[in-house]
Every structure is written in structure tokens, then in C-alpha cells.
Design a protein around this ligand. Structure first.
Ligand SMILES: Nc1ncnc2c1ncn2[C@@H]1O[C@H](COP(=O)(O)OP(=O)(O)OP(=O)(O)O)[C@@H](O)[C@H]1O
Length: 231
């Protein structure tokens, strides 16, 4: 019964639904309204890229979608339920440009964290280790598992942070510029990982200037004058 109710809920409500989102920031010349009543719906299994000129508000938008910032007006709902603060990693994983890896943990321990904090309970440690090494290998950083984030390059940290964001198979994944610091050879693995996350049922939203990322999207939107336009 509960499963049927959840299925009906998923049908009625998109994985991510943004309504009337407004955000103003105080700036030296006065207040600037960066988001001006923005609307967005993203379904499970859909990968949407957000483009827009530098300073248009893409990172500010992701911070609001991830519950790290509060809007001046409007709502962000996950499966029909408005968020209040940052949801669990399982409900919504966020990969900001600053990455946010835990410096005291190894690469492998960082990637294992969402699995260990899973709301259904911590899976068997052998299953966690297998998932972690599979993801790190796929992203070309398997040899770094035992190092700490400060001991690897920023481009490598970026792939570790992506592995951490997707390890718990989040229902919604928000990513800011996932290819910004990568060498050309590392990009295909990142694109495959993002696409698979959507194909396995995640709603994936990626802010990017990179045409290669737009190439794997189901839908592209542009942030312009505080609103999103379909491309
Ligand atoms: N906490 C804040 N306080 C004041 N202004 C802010 C704050 N956060 C963002 N802004 C302003 O909001 C605007 C949008 O910034 P944001 O970082 O979201 O742009 P962006 O589209 O992600 O840019 P980029 O593509 O360069 O990463 C900028 O003018 C920025 O200065």
C-alpha cells in the first residue's frame, strides 16, 4: 500500500519542482535580484543542463536547490515535498565548485560516506568497498583510494567528489561545472557517470559552460535575467 502511494506520488510530482524562486543579494551598488520568479521541473531519469553567462546565477540557483541557501520567495520541492534546509545525501546530492571533500578522510572514505549514512541503514562493508572501488576505477582515480584529498590534484579531487555525490544513488543530483578542471582524457568517464546516474532513475541538473556536457543532456535551459528559458 505504502509502495503504491509512493508510486502515485512520483507520478503526480516531478523529482524536482521549483516554483516562483526569487533571490536578491546586497551588492556595493545596491540590491540585485539574481533570480526573479524562476520555474523548473525535472523528472526522474532526466538530465538537464543549465547554461548562462558568468554571473547569471547558476551557482546561486544550485545552492537554493540543494537547500544550502534560502530563497526570498518561492519553493523547491523534492517529489512534491517542499525542502526546509539541506535534504539528506540520499534525497539530493550536491557537488559545488568548491567540492567540499572531508580533508581528514581518505579518498575511499569520502566516497563511502553517503553509503554509510544511507537512511535504509549501512550496507555490508564488503558491498560498500566494492561500490567505492568500482566508482573510483571508472573515474580513473582508483589508485588514489588511500590518499587524502590534499595529496591529489584538483582535477582528481573533482572526480573523487563526483564519485562521492553519486555513490549513494541520489534521487536528485546537482552539479556545478563538473568538467571545469579536467584534462581532455578524463572528461568521457565523467560524462558516462553523469548519464548513468540519470539512466538509473536520478534527476540530474548540471550547471556548465561545456558543450560536451550539453551533448549528453535530455534538455538544455538557459538562465537569463533571472529566469530559465528552454533551448
Ligand atoms: N552571497 C552572495 N552575496 C552577494 N552576491 C552574491 C552572492 N552569491 C552570488 N552573488 C551574486 O549573484 C550573481 C550570480 O552569481 P553566481 O555565482 O550564481 O553566477 P554563475 O552563473 O554561477 O557564474 P559562473 O558561471 O562564473 O560560475 C553574481 O552577480 C554574484 O556576485
Amino acid at each position: 500500500m505504502r509502495r503504491r502511494a509512493a508510486a502515485e506520488q512520483a507520478e503526480r510530482h516531478p523529482a524536482l519542482h521549483v516554483m516562483g524562486l526569487r533571490r536578491r543579494f546586497a551588492q556595493p551598488g545596491g540590491e540585485v535580484e539574481v533570480l526573479r520568479g524562476l520555474e523548473l521541473r525535472v523528472s526522474s531519469g532526466e538530465l538537464v543542463t543549465v547554461t548562462g553567462r558568468s554571473g547569471s546565477g547558476k551557482s546561486a540557483l544550485l545552492a537554493l536547490l540543494g537547500g544550502f541557501d534560502a530563497p526570498d520567495a518561492g519553493t523547491v520541492s523534492l517529489n512534491g515535498v517542499p525542502i526546509a534546509g539541506a535534504p539528506s545525501w540520499h534525497a539530493c546530492a550536491v557537488l559545488p565548485q568548491a567540492l567540499g571533500l572531508a580533508g581528514e578522510l581518505t579518498v575511499a572514505e569520502n566516497v563511502a560516506l553517503p553509503l554509510r549514512l544511507h537512511p535504509d541503514g549501512e550496507p555490508d562493508p564488503v558491498a560498500i568497498a566494492a561500490r567505492v572501488s568500482e566508482l573510483l576505477d571508472e573515474l580513473g582515480v582508483g589508485a588514489l583510494a588511500g590518499r587524502h584529498p590534499a595529496e591529489v590534484s584538483f582535477g582528481q579531487q573533482q572526480r573523487v567528489a563526483l564519485a562521492r555525490a553519486i555513490s549513494g544513488r541520489p534521487r536528485v543530483l546537482l552539479i556545478d561545472e563538473p568538467t571545469a578542471h579536467l584534462d581532455v582524457g578524463s572528461v568521457p568517464a565523467v560524462l558516462r557517470a553523469l548519464r548513468r546516474c540519470a539512466d538509473e532513475g536520478g534527476a540530474v541538473i548540471v550547471a556548465t559552460h561545456d558543450e560536451q556536457v550539453h551533448g549528453i543532456a535530455d534538455r538544455r535551459v538557459r538562465l537569463l535575467d533571472g529566469l530559465l528559458a528552454e533551448l
